[in-house]
Design a protein around this ligand. Sequence first.
Ligand code: BGC
Length: 730
Amino acid sequence: MNRDNLLVKQPFDPGCYTEQVNQLLERMTVREKVGQLNLDHVSDSGDLTDCNLGERSSMEAEAEKVRRGLVGTMLMKGREEANYFQKVAVEESRLGIPLLFGFDVIHGHKTVFPVPLGGASTWDPQMLEEAEEYAAREAYADGINWIYAPMIDLCRDPRWGRVAEGAGEDPLLGSLIAQAKVRGLQTVNPETGYPYVAACFKHFCGYGLSQGGRDYEECETSPRTLFMDYMKPYQAAVDAGALSTMSAFSVLNGQAVTGSRYYLTEVLRKQFGFRGFVCSDYGAVKELVHHRVAADRKEAAAQALLAGVDEDMGSHAFADYCEALYEEDQRFAEAVDEAVRRILSVKFAVGLFEFPYFPEEAEKYMLAPEAREAARNVGRHSIVLLKNQEKILPLSPSKKYFLTGPLSDNVEEMPGAWAQYHPGTNVISVKMALEEAGLDFLQSDGCPFTGKYCFDSQDDSGFAKALKMAEECDEIIYVCGEKAAWSGENRGRVSIDLPKQQYRYLRELKKTGRKIISVLMCGRAMSCQELAESSDALVLAWHLGTEAGHSIADVLLGSYSPSGRLPITFPCYTGQVPYYHSWLSSGRSRESLIRYKDGENGPLYPFGYGLSYAEITYDAVHISRNRWKADETIRLEVVLTNHSEMDAYEVVQAYYQDVVSSLPTPDRKLCGFTKILVPAGSTVKAQMLIPVERLALMTLDLKEVVEPGEFILFVGRDSMCGESARIVVE
Ligand code: BGC
C-alpha cells in the first residue's frame, strides 16, 4: 500500500481501504467475522470482566479467545498487556487481524486536564484541540489506540451528572469544540503517519436530554429542537472525520437508540455521512430487553445489528448470537459483513496492520513537562471570575490569608469525574501552589468532606479551630464545592447547590467580618446564590485536573487575568432548570412577568458570563454592509481597548435574533465568538466571521433555511449584551 498517497488524501479516511478490507473479509469464517464485532473488557487486575455476565477469566483464557479470532476490540489500558494481546492477535491468530484497545480518556490521561465543561469555558477550540493531542499521545503510550471521547452531548439540565463531560448548553460552541477535539485526538503520529488513536464521539444521540437529570432516563424533545440544537455537535464530529461513535443507552423520542435504524443508519450514516463504526454503549444491546423492545439477548442482538450497531460493548450478545443469525437470514449475514468491513476499515485507518504495537519510547509522553504546562494553561483559561467586589482580587502580597474549605488542600478531588489514572497522584492542590508562590497564609480545611455521601455531614468539629485561625488573618480564601464523584455517569443531583455543611461553615466565616474570596470547584452549573451573595469574590474553578492548584494560583495572584466564560447558564435555583440562553421566544417576556411566585426569573449568571481583572471597553461594532445573501459570510469587527495595566484575553461573543420568521425562534442565540489577547493599555481590532447560514431556522420537516428578512446582532461579553447592529438577509 502506498501510504504517501494516503497521507496526501486523508490518512485516516476509512473509505480508502475497501480493497484490502474486502480481500480480508473473503478469507474470514463466520466465527471470525463475529469475533470482530465483539468487545471484551479486561479490568486492571487482568480479569476479563466479560460484560457483566458474571463470567471471569484470566489473561491466558482471554489470549486463547484472541488466538481463535473471537475478539475484535478490548476495553482496557496498559502497554505491556496490550502488546501481549496484540502479539497473540497478529502472530498467533489465523488471519493476524490486530486489536483495537479502547478506553475512556475523557479529559487527559495521566496528565489530567480540566473536566470538559470546565475546558469549554476557555471558548478556545484550538487550545482544546492541542489538549487532546497530549491526551492521545499519553493514551497511546499506555496501550490505547481507541478513545471513548469526545463526549459531546449537549445538556441544559445540570442536575445530570454527565453534564461535566460535555461542552454545555450551546450547539455552536459545542460543535466547534467537538470538531476540535476529534481532530486533536486523531492527531497523526509522525513516527507512523497514522493517528495515535481513533476517536469515538458519544453518546449518539440526545443522551444529554435525560429527564430530571436522572441518568439512563427517557430523553424527550421535539424533532425540531433535536436537530436544531442537540444533533449539531454530532454532525460536527462526523464532519471532522471521527472514526467511531457510541450509541446512547437512552430512549429518545420514543425509540431505544441502540435499536433504532432511524437514528443509527438513516440519520447518522445517510444524512450526516458518517463513515466510521458504531460501538454500543456498555450493555446497551442487552438493555433493549429492559426497554422491552426485544424478548431476549438474541432478539436484542438482531435488532441492534440491523439498526446499525457494529461493535457490541458489554452485552456479549453479538458474540453469542450473530453466528446463528448469520446462518438464519441473509439480512443478518449482510449486516455482519458490513459491520466487519467498517471495523476493519478503521483498523486500517489507524495503521494497525502496519504498526500494531505500542512502542516503549512512547512512555516519554506520560506527564511530560509540556503536557503539564498545557494542562496548567488550559486550567487558567477555564477559570471563570464570577464576582470581584471592590477588586479584592488579585491577592495582595502584603496581606495574610486564611485558606480554608474542604478543597483547599485536596488532591483527590482535583481531577474530577472520569479521571481514570490514579486520581490524586501527581496533582497540585491550591495550598501547594500558594505555598510555592510564597503567599503569607494559614490553612485548615474547617469542614472536610465526611459521611457516606458527604452531602449531609453534620460534623462541625473543625469549625472552632479554623475560625480562630481566620481571626489571625486579614482575608479568607474559601475553597468549596463538589467532590469529583458528584458528577459523571449516574451521578445526578436533586439540588445543584452547595451542601448544607459548607453553608453552615460559610456563615461562621462570615461572622468573623473578614472579606471572603470563594473558589468554587464543581462539575456542573451550580445554583449557589448564597455563596455568591456572601462572597466578596467568587472564582469558578471547576475540577481542573493535575495542575489545578497552579492554574488557580496563577489567577488568584494575578499573573493571569481570568478569561473563562460560562458555557452553561448558572440558575438561581435548582427549580429553574432546564435554563439556557436560547429559549424559543415566549408570548410574554421574561423581564416583564414574574413566573415564579417564590423566586427570581433570571439566572444567577447568564451563559457567556465571566469577568476580567482588566477593564476592556468595546467600540461600536462595524459590519461592512447591511444586506447579505444566504451563502455569504458576514465579517464583523469591533475595536477593544484595555484600560488597565494587565494583559487580558477577551471572549467577544455575537448573538442574533431573527426578527420575524415562519416559526418561533430564540430571542437570542450564539452565532459567533472569538478570543483575543488585548495587551495592557492597548487597542486591538477583534474580527469575527459569521456564515449567514448560521442564522438559519429549522423547519418542521427538519430542513435548515435562512429566511429572508431582518436580523438583530448583539455583540459583547456575554449573552445579555445589547443590540449592536441590524442586517437584512435577501
Ligand atoms: C459509559 C460510556 C463509557 C463506557 C465504557 C459506559 O457506562 O456510558 O461513556 O465510554 O461505559 O467505559
